[in-house]
Ligand binder design. Structure first.
Ligand SMILES: NC(=O)NCCC[C@H](N)C(=O)O
Length: 304
């Protein structure tokens, strides 16, 4: 049995699900794209190829081996995108919450039954159909749960809005002792630079008291200011629109002082080193073309 335990984004990682790029399928058609960055690369003829993405995920896997983290991989579904395992479910404390994910992606959850079979069924939670959330929008910070959402009435018309207000309420009811804060995110179907697909595309804590943040990802400045109040301006690394497009906020913490990052994120990696983090740099620029990066590719099961 797996004793699930996740309470924040940075405590020492012991077990994780890492997605897979094997049998990712052919380049999607323009109609099949469900995020604007993939759309941009399909149009430009620069959509990533499977071999490159498999190599990038292997580099990520090697870092986990180096730190002795137990890694689970999904069972392969033929010709199906299973890279972004973050979104299909998430652990809060000792509960595994199955996400009600975008219908285009709903087969991804079946592929981690090896993991689900090792969890006490009493600790596995499913939500009613109208409750939407994806793990990229759910971020744990000890007593807090931060949730990215889209609150405006045209929610249904945005394929990039994945967590609704019912999703926020569901988590709030499930964890009455946590302070649940929600953040309305900017969305665009056609311009990835104006699309915070999930909360982890514009914000993520690192270390014990720091965070990476893109102010322009927040629709409501007052909600951005709540994070400034919690972390303190001096502890925030602010990224620019182009850096959010490259997914600077989507690095991944193995511990409070070890962060896995993309090798081209020079400005961020320097800031991390200046703040005494060990930065494990790997190539991930091909996978980044699908509007997801390192946090998106992982589903932590056990942290200290
Ligand atoms: N947590 C994340 O931001 N996940 C990235 C998911 C990218 C994928 N192309 C999607 O649109 O679902």
């Amino acid at each position: 049995m797996l004793q699930l335990n996740v309470k924040n984004e940075t405590a020492r990682l012991r077990a994780v699900v890492l997605g897979t790029a094997t049998s990712n399928g052919p380049t999607p058609t323009l109609e099949e794209a469900y995020d604007p960055k993939s759309l941009e690369h399909i149009k430009a003829g620069t959509y990533p190829v499977e071999r490159d993405m498999v190599n990038e995920m292997e580099a990520f896997n090697k870092v986990f081996q180096k730190y002795d983290v137990k890694v689970f991989r999904p069972e392969i579904i033929q010709d199906y995108n299973q890279i972004f395992t973050r979104d299909i479910g998430f652990v809060i404390d000792d509960k595994f919450i199955k996400a009600n994910i975008l219908p285009d992606r709903d087969r991804e959850l079946d592929a981690i039954h090896e993991v689900l079979d090792q969890i006490n069924p009493q600790n596995i939670i499913s939500a009613p159909e109208e409750v939407h959330f994806e793990g990229g929008d759910v971020m744990l910070w000890n007593d807090y749960v931060f949730i990215g959402t889209y609150k405006r009435p045209d929610y249904k018309s945005h394929i990039t809005a994945r967590t609704n207000k019912e999703g926020v309420e569901f988590i709030r009811d499930l964890f009455p002792n946590k302070k649940v804060l929600s953040f309305d995110l900017v969305k665009s179907k056609v311009e990835p630079r104006d699309n915070a697909l999930h909360l982890d595309c514009c914000f993520q804590p690192v270390g014990l008291d720091k965070a990476i943040i893109y102010k322009g990802g927040f629709y409501d400045e007052a909600e951005y200011s709540e994070l400034v109040k919690i972390f303190g301006m001096e502890n925030l690394f602010h990224i620019e629109r182009e850096e959010m497009y490259h997914m600077f906020s989507n690095v991944f913490s193995i511990s409070p002082d070890v962060v896995v990052s993309e090798k081209n994120f020079t400005r961020l990696n320097q800031w991390l080193r200046n703040n005494n983090f060990t930065v494990e740099e790997i190539p991930y620029a091909e996978i980044a073309k699908q509007e997801g990066l390192l946090r998106c590719s992982t589903l932590p099961l056990i942290r200290d």
